[in-house]
Design a protein around this ligand. Structure first.
Ligand SMILES: *Cc1c(COP(=O)(O)O)cnc(C)c1O
Length: 370
């Protein structure tokens, strides 16, 4: 068996320890003679799994009692509709458009009401987080929406926007559990777990209780009401049992390893190794403004000021992706809309992986820059 360093943006690397534990329990989960994939979601065994997963997540994030934790399906993309259906009582909300995922949420909300763009960083290909200290938020807005970490462009909100008293809704998909957050600052946090936490197929939604009501937009399907899932403790219908189980193991792994404070420290260390190199490299350059840099997703390109021929630049980037793959560094190709490269260095990416990447980049630079 040999494992690669997997820099995929999602689905992404998981802690080896967790995978091994799941493998061990695969055929016979704790003596019950079946795997978690085969057991009833109404069984006592599974009830323990889901309850423990929630309790551990609450502990990890210090989630106050007046917030519900929901394990939902449909991906983060389904939340782009579910949020307005449940929260847009005045049919108006403000959006900070910092990349493709924020834009998709903004456009989707426009189907259900008036989606107002409060700020955007589209003018510089989403390479920074705009100033959100004094946005044109009006009284009739139901909430203000952000994508807190922009997976594709590699930017992250370092300070939350001043919402002027309005509810803050955040898509935390690619920074979920990467560092401590003050849950009380949000009305609703959601995250597709396949980025930083678990396998694909589930979203964790953390919703303040007073926002969970029957008063949704009139056509809202039962399955898309937060209330349906909150009342049934995420067991209204068959949930993604396997994903809840694996996420539960990851929560335990995080708790055991110092929780989110420790993760933050580790993630800062890892990101600094890569950013420091990028800042000193001749051949490569990061694409994000320094004060907006994500700890999780690091896009970079061959410096067009050094390799001025665009064709030669594209060639070098393709060569980098191909050769890095041969060296056991996988999935470094940038998002199709940005080009270049992107290294996603989530919680489960060991520091050794980032060091190996930087060593490879140094070697590549030496060989390809005369
Ligand atoms: C990946 C991603 C999404 C989309 O997630 P799906 O689960 O595929 O719908 C949304 N927002 C962010 C920030 C993402 O990184």
């Amino acid at each position: 068996m040999s494992r690669v360093y997997n820099f995929s943006a999602g689905p992404a690397v998981l802690p080896e320890e967790v995978l091994k534990e799941a493998a061990q329990d695969m055929l016979d989960y704790k003596g019950c003679g079946m795997s978690v994939m085969e057991m009833s979601h109404r069984s006592k065994m599974f009830d323990n799994i889901i309850k423990e997963a929630e309790a551990d997540l609450r502990k990890l994030m210090n989630i106050p009692d007046n917030y519900k934790v929901l394990f939902l399906q449909g991906g983060a993309s389904q939340q782009f509709a579910m949020v307005p259906m449940n929260l847009m009582k005045n049919k108006k909300a403000g959006f900070i458009v910092t990349g493709q995922w924020a834009k998709k949420a903004y456009q989707e909300a426009g189907i259900y009401g008036e989606a107002v763009q409060l700020a955007s960083s589209a003018d510089k290909t989403f390479s920074y987080i705009p100033d959100c200290s004094d946005l044109a938020i009006t009284d009739d807005m139901d909430y203000v929406y952000i994508c807190e970490n922009n997976t594709i462009y590699g930017t992250k909100f370092k300070t939350l926007p001043n919402t002027k008293g309005k509810i803050l809704v955040a898509d935390q998909s690619s920074c979920f559990l990467s560092e401590p957050v003050d849950v009380t600052k949000y009305g609703l946090i959601f995250a597709g777990v396949q980025k930083n936490v678990g396998p694909a197929g589930m979203v964790v939604a953390i919703v303040r209780e007073d926002l969970i009501t029957e008063d949704t937009l009139p056509f809202t399907p039962t399955m898309l009401k937060y209330k349906t899932h909150a009342d049934a403790e995420s067991l209204y219908n068959t949930p993604n049992c396997w994903c809840i189980y694996i996420c539960g193991l990851v929560f335990k792994y995080l708790l055991k390893n110092g929780g989110l404070e420790a993760m933050k420290k580790r993630n800062e260390e890892k990101a600094a190794i890569l950013y420091d190199y990028l800042d000193n490299s001749k051949l490569f350059i990061g694409t994000v403004e320094k004060n907006s840099r994500s700890l999780m997703n690091v896009p970079f390109i061959v410096n067009p000021a050094v390799i001025t021929d665009p064709e030669k630049k594209a060639e070098l980037e393709a060569k980098f992706v191909a050769e890095s793959k041969k060296a056991g560094l996988e999935n470094l190709k940038g998002h199709r809309t940005v080009g270049g490269m992107r290294a996603s260095i989530y919680n489960a990416m060991p520091k050794e992986g980032v060091i190996a990447l930087v060593e490879f980049m140094k070697k590549f630079e030496k060989e390809n820059l005369q």
